[in-house]
Design a protein. Structure first.
Length: 81
């Protein structure tokens, strides 16, 4: 909602600055996840489950679920040969 600035020029209206949201925190960089997805097509290993686990890890990290993050980290470490 615009408001007038008093004491200067009554014709000038100032709108409040939009509030920007901070970026969502990530544990595994999205570029690494994309790279894993890309390599999945040419690799002899199926990394579909690994990609899903990393996405779940990022989701739980952003939601500040530490116990879920620990369990997912363990699952990721167990999944990698």
């Amino acid at each position: 909602m615009p408001r007038s600035v008093t004491g200067f020029n009554s014709d000038v209206e100032v709108s409040p600055a939009p509030v920007s949201q901070p970026p969502e925190p990530v544990y595994v960089d999205e570029s690494l996840i994309k790279e894993l997805e890309h390599k999945n097509a040419t690799s002899e290993w199926d990394v579909t489950k690994l990609v899903q686990l990393t996405r779940e890890l990022n989701s739980n990290y952003a939601a500040e679920n530490p116990y879920s993050c620990l369990a997912l980290l363990r699952a990721i470490l167990d999944h990698i040969p």
